[in-house]
Write a protein that binds this ligand. Structure first.
Ligand code: SF4
Ligand code: SF4
Length: 342
């Protein structure tokens, strides 16, 4: 572990901005947004705080992407500048783990996603606060990254404690070694205290909301598959799809063809499993014709299917879906009802 002063942090980013497109959280409190900013202005980066409003998936897996042009073999050319994501949180890194399982870790992965993930840098940071909707620790997560980053930054007075988490990160720190100095015992103590304070806040939030732990959620969707809670919870859903689009792990998409610039184009668009047409097939049949079936499907996929195929829940506990839902469907309430037979 080494110390990186705020001034040296900005120097590092200016250097990285020469080879990467820089993405920073800008803003403060509960409302920071990842923004691509000019390398000459790293001073506006807000590192620490809580997760950003939007998930990072949008930068690696576009909401709409042209995937074929006419009958040309191969992918349509698109400028892909490697990204340098700065200030990603532990829950964002778990989001990458789920997307990697879908798009990266097998031969049928997504070429654009693969390239961006392999060529990009992820500089993560500890959370220094928690939102009322956060519940990462209930799903065995932590408010500070332990893996999945190239470099992690823990905010302390005057700068950050920096740790490398990959070969890329170690090489980067070695190449800029003059920027890093030995941390003092006081700075290390400050990091321990910051981390414990956020954990304590998350414990208090989880206790107040009665949020169930990961162990009790295993098999819970299958056990309560026919429970009335699905229809009761779906009663206020307006089928907007916000929970899907804002979720860092939701990854469903559809393909459509369109004439564009004088040639046929095939496009990939994000899809939403809450929307009526999501599972409709040719001939008009729909295996999930009722809204409550679609709500149940979302939980089944995240808390039953993914543990079977990927060994973990496809939920990071970021709470974005609860914050975005106009129907006030709080994922923690649904999970609590699942395990309490409510
Ligand atoms: S955000 Fe809420 S209202 Fe919108 S589709 Fe999801 S559950 Fe339904
Ligand atoms: S389901 Fe909700 S809490 Fe879980 S990762 Fe998606 S947005 Fe975050």
């Amino acid at each position: 572990m080494t110390f990186l002063s705020r001034v040296h942090f900005e120097s590092l980013l200016k250097a990285l901005g020469g080879t990467h497109k820089l993405l920073f959280p800008v803003g403060s409190g509960s409302k920071s947004h990842f923004t691509s900013i000019d390398r000459s202005d790293p001073g506006s980066a807000f590192i620490g705080g809580v997760r950003s409003v939007e998930p990072l998936k949008a930068f690696f897996f576009s909401g709409r992407e042209r995937v074929a042009s006419g009958f040309e073999p191969g992918l349509p050319g698109r400028e892909l500048q490697p990204l340098c994501v700065v200030g990603a949180k532990a829950c964002d890194l778990k989001g990458f783990r789920i997307l990697d399982h879908v798009f990266l870790d097998h031969e049928f992965g997504d070429p654009t996603y693969k390239r961006l993930r392999r060529e990009s840098l992820v500089i993560s940071s500890d959370c220094t606060d928690a939102l009322e909707t956060c519940f990462c620790t209930s799903l065995d997560g932590l408010p500070y990254p332990e893996d999945g980053f190239d470099i992690n930054l823990s905010p302390v007075s005057g700068g950050f404690l920096a740790e490398a988490g990959s070969e890329k990160g170690r090489a980067l720190m070695a190449a800029h070694s003059s920027l890093f100095t030995d941390p003092s015992p006081k700075q290390q103590q400050e990091r321990r205290e910051n981390r414990e304070a956020v954990l304590e806040k998350l414990r208090t939030i989880a206790e107040a909301g009665g949020t169930p732990g990961a162990e009790s959620l295993k098999g819970a969707v299958a056990r309560r598959y026919d429970a009335p809670l699905w229809a009761e919870e779906a009663a206020t859903c307006v089928e907007c799809g916000a929970c899907n689009t804002i979720c860092p792990t939701c990854h469903c998409f559809y393909l459509y063809d369109q004439m564009a610039q004088g040639t046929t184009g095939r496009f990939r668009m994000w899809d939403s499993c809450l929307i009526n047409d999501f599972a409709r097939v040719a001939g008009g049949e729909n295996p999930r014709s009722r809204l409550w079936m679609r709500l149940r499907n979302r939980f089944e996929k995240k808390f039953d299917f993914f543990p079977k195929v990927a060994g973990e829940f496809a939920c990071t506990g970021c709470g974005r879906c609860s914050a975005a839902c106009p129907g006030r469907i709080d994922i923690r309430r649904v999970l609590r009802r699942l395990v309490e037979n409510g």
